[in-house]
Ligand binder design. Sequence first.
Ligand SMILES: [Zn+2]
Length: 385
Amino acid sequence: MKATARRQSGILFLSALLLSLTAPSLGSQLHDITYESLPDRIRFCISLNKPSQYEIKDALRDSGYFYIDLLNMDNFWREQTFELHDARVKSVRVVSYPQSHIVRLIFYLSSPAQYVVRSTDNPPALTVDIAGQSGSARITPKKVVIIDPGHGGDSKGARSSRKVNGRYIWEKDVNLVIAKVLKEVIDSSPNMTAFLTRTRDKDMTLTERITFAEHHRGDVFISIHCNATRGYEATRAQGIELFYWNEKGSDNAAVKYLEELENEGQLNINGSKQNATLFKNLLKDKLEVEKNKSIEVCNNINTALKDIAYFRKYNRGIKSARFRVLVNYYMPALLIECGFINNPKEVKHLLDHKFHVNLTRSVFNGLSLYFAQKDMNFTLYQYAM
Ligand SMILES: [Zn+2]
């Protein structure tokens, strides 16, 4: 899911990264999509190998878009959205419906505007003119996601109960691998970017992780961990669990154990600056606001996770706990326990790249849903799961 555009003498190519998914036969084929920004309109040119019939569906007034269905098509494209950052058109989405031989081009406009669609035979193409002054293109800053691979260095985290391929698996290593996949997924989207608190196996205090997140002005903080039950004995506990900060901590024995494990004796959150009562209360309020946002992020991610059968089945829900790393006054923060490393069955998933991809794409979908709820200018991108 890339959304870059290639510039060539004032005309921009949108389709350079489209991938053909089927072998051609007798219908029409989409060659490429270009656009040109003119002072009074923006013009899209959809070039084809031969003329195609089309249908238009207008949902501009209610939903801010219209779409064109190209009929009798026989080459198909991976679903993609192209962000334009033009004052008139926000983005263009290309969706294929191979069974009905349709390629759908959806135009999301910044505001309702006049548009004209024309078909030409020589060369075979459709032109789409959307009226409006060019103005200055609005660039929405990318949302910043701080990914924190839990533990590192001497803090190895939890361990697998048995050896896998001759060695024990440590949580710190799995956390780092999953965090890196998540960064890759986020960075390949057009409107989010990710930073890792650590990129290698090294010691890092919980306070250093929080300071890093604040320094990089994160919009969301996600700490990646693997779950474990007390001791290394084989466990049947299984599944994903999401946490947000709760000052009171948990009464649940399993969560209490996790709090011990994840806090590494670094729970004290009273810095010297925070001793004045007034300041303390202000921070408490701020923490409360961020906590509510954290719950919203958790809800969105959990909803997205449920698109995957495995996470639907093994879903331990959203909980609150006293995790030091989640104490953050500037951004919502959550901790994901991706699965139980001391469950001999689940540790295999935790080492499986396909599992990482499914997990991180769901997390991405959830984050994207959250940002779209919070920011009207944020374009929602979703992986089809
Ligand atoms: Zn951990």
